[in-house]
Design a protein around this ligand. Structure first.
Ligand code: PLP
Ligand SMILES: N[C@@H](CCSC[C@H](N)C(=O)O)C(=O)O
Length: 444
C-alpha cells in the first residue's frame, strides 16, 4: 500500500478531511463505500478500504521505524505509522468518535488519559474497579499529588457528595469488574459537568466493547478500553484504545503517546484490526452462551451477577444504555475453599486472568486480577473473597454447562436432588463439609 504522494490541488486542499469529516492524515483511509448509506455496526466492523498500490485486501504491515524524506506524513513510527493510522481510523468509525488512538495496552491507555491531570486535581471513581486501574490511581495519589475519591458509583447521591469544582476527572467502569455493577453514564456525566464544566468524564468500556455500548453517545468525553479483550478476541495481543469527539482533546491525548512512545506497534495494529472484523460474531455467540450459563447457575441457586438476568438490581438501567449484556459474570459460593475447588475442577474453562477471548475462562479475582488491591481494601469495598468470575467463550454451550456442572459437583458446591438435578448448597453446609455430597462428587 502506498502512502501516495498525490500532487492534485484538490487532494492538497482537503488534506486533513476524510469522507467522514475526520481531521486526520488522509492516507490510508479505511471507510465505508461512499454511497451515502449508513451500514450497521456488524458491517462497518468488517469493511475497510485502503488505497494500497497493489489492492491488498489485508492492510499491509508497515514494519518500519523510519520513513525517508522530509516534511512527509510519516517520519518515525513512534509519531505515526500507516498500519496504526489505518486501525485508528477504523476504530474512530466504529466507536462513533472523531479520533481514536491505539496504544500498547489498556493500562497504557489509562496512563495516557491520566497525563491530562496535574497535582492537586481530584478524580472521582468507583469502589469496584479493575485491580490494575486501582493500582495506577493509587500510584498517582502517592507520586503525582492527585486526590482520588472512591465511591459507590451506582449511588448518584454518594457521587454527588464528593463532586466539587475541583473535580477534574470522573472515571467510570460499567459493568464494573468483577462485581458487574451498572453505572448510570448519562446521569453521572451530567453531575460531573455541572460540578465543573471542564471536568472530563472517562469511561472504561472494556467489558462491553463498542459493539454493545458507546459511552461517547451517553455523555462521556473520553472512552477507553483494553484491546487485549473483546476487540482482539484471541488473547494474542496486548492493546489499548482511547477515543474522543473533541479534536483538541484528541491532540492532547496524542501528545504523551508521541512523547513517550506507547503507540501500538505495526504488527500488533494489524492483529487488532484483524480481530475487530470478527467482533460482532464473537460477541453474539459469547453473550448467548453467557446468558445460558448465567441462567443455569441462577436456576441452581447461586447468586449470579450478570446484567442479562432480570434479577440484576440494575437490569433496566443497563439496558437503557447498552445493547447487550456481554459475556462476563461472577458468582459466589459462600466459601473460599469451595470456590477454589470449583476453579481447580473446571477442565474446559481455563484458569486465567483476562476476558473477551474465544475460550472460556474461570478465575478468582481476589487471588488473580484484583490481587493488587490489598485484602483490607477489598473488604472495605465489599469484594467477596469467594467470588468466581466466568468469562464465556464461543465453545458449544452444552459442553460448557457440563464442565461447570462436573466442577460444581466435584467441588462439593451442590447436592444431588432426589430428581437427579443439582442444587447449590447453603454456605453453612459447605463449610461444615456435607460428607454425603462429597462422596457422590468424585467423578462427573
Ligand atoms: C476493565 C479493564 N480495564 C482495563 C484493563 C487493562 O487492560 P490491559 O490488560 O490491556 O492493560 C483491564 C484488564 O487488564 C480491565 O479488566
Ligand atoms: N498480573 C496482572 C493481572 C492482569 S488481570 C487482567 C484483566 N484485566 C482481568 O481483569 O482479568 C496485573 O498485575 O495487572
Amino acid at each position: 500500500m502506498a502512502a501516495p504522494v498525490n500532487p492534485s490541488p484538490l487532494n492538497k486542499a482537503f488534506k486533513h478531511l476524510d469522507i467522514d469529516g475526520h481531521d486526520l492524515p488522509p492516507s490510508p483511509a479505511p471507510s465505508s463505500p461512499g454511497n451515502g448509506k449508513k451500514y450497521t455496526l456488524a458491517t462497518e466492523l468488517v469493511y475497510t478500504e485502503s488505497n494500497d498500490q497493489y489492492n491488498a485486501s489485508s492492510v499491509p504491515i508497515y514494519q518500519s521505524a523510519t520513513f525517508k524524506g522530509e516534511g512527509n506524513e510519516y517520519d518515525y513510527t513512534r509519531s505515526g505509522n500507516p498500519t496504526r493510522t489505518h486501525l485508528e481510523r477504523h476504530l474512530a468509525k466504529i466507536m462513533g468518535a472523531h479520533r481514536a488512538l491505539v496504544v500498547s495496552s489498556g493500562m497504557a491507555a489509562l496512563d495516557v488519559i491520566t497525563r491530562l491531570l496535574k497535582p492537586g486535581d481530584e478524580v472521582v471513581t468507583g469502589d469496584d474497579l479493575y485491580g490494575g486501574t486501582n493500582r495506577l490511581l493509587k500510584f498517582l495519589t502517592t507520586h503525582g499529588g492527585i486526590i482520588v475519591h472512591h465511591v459507590d458509583t451506582t449511588n448518584p447521591a454518594a457521587v454527588q457528595a464528593v463532586l466539587s469544582p475541583k473535580t477534574t476527572m470522573m472515571l467510570l467502569e460499567t459493568p464494573t469488574n468483577p462485581l458487574m455493577k451498572i453505572v448510570d453514564i448519562p446521569t453521572l456525566s451530567s453531575a460531573a459537568h455541572a460540578a465543573n464544566p471542564a471536568a472530563l468524564v472517562v469511561v472504561d468500556n472494556t467489558m462491553l466493547s463498542p459493539y454493545l455500548q458507546n459511552p461517547l453517545d451517553l455523555g462521556a468525553d473520553i472512552v477507553y478500553e483494553s484491546g487485549t479483550k473483546y476487540l482482539s478476541g484471541h488473547h494474542d495481543v496486548m492493546a489499548g484504545v482511547v477515543a474522543t469527539n473533541d479534536p483538541q482533546l484528541g491532540d492532547r491525548l496524542y501528545f504523551p503517546i508521541n512523547a513517550s512512545g506507547c503507540g501500538l506497534s505495526p504488527f500488533d495494529s494489524w492483529l487488532l484490526l484483524r480481530g475487530i472484523k470478527t467482533l460482532a460474531v464473537r460477541m453474539e455467540k459469547q453473550q448467548a452462551n453467557a446468558q445460558a450459563i448465567a441462567e443455569f447457575l441462577e436456576g441452581h441457586g447461586f447468586k449470579v451477577r450478570y446484567p442479562g438476568l432480570k434479577s440484576h438490581p440494575q437490569y433496566d438501567l443497563h439496558w437503557s444504555q447498552a445493547r447487550g449484556a456481554g459475556a462476563v459474570m461472577s458468582f459466589e459460593t459462600g466459601s473460599t475453599a469451595v470456590s477454589e475447588r470449583i476453579v481447580e475442577a473446571a477442565r474446559l474453562f481455563a484458569i486465567s486472568v483476562s476476558f473477551g477471548c474465544v475460550n472460556s475462562l474461570i478465575s478468582m479475582p481476589c487471588r488473580m486480577s484484583h490481587a493488587s488491591i490489598d485484602a483490607a481494601t477489598r473488604k472495605e469495598r465489599s469484594l467477596p473473597e469467594d467470588i468466581i468470575r466466568l468469562c464465556i467463550g464461543i465453545e458449544d454451550v452444552s459442553d460448557l454447562i457440563d464442565d461447570l456442572q462436573q466442577a460444581l459437583v466435584r467441588a462439593g458446591a451442590v447436592r444431588i436432588t432426589t430428581e437427579g438435578g443439582i442444587q447449590a448448597l447453603d454456605s453453612r453446609d459447605v463449610e461444615g463439609g456435607t460428607a454425603q455430597t462429597r462422596q457422590v462428587t468424585d467423578e462427573p
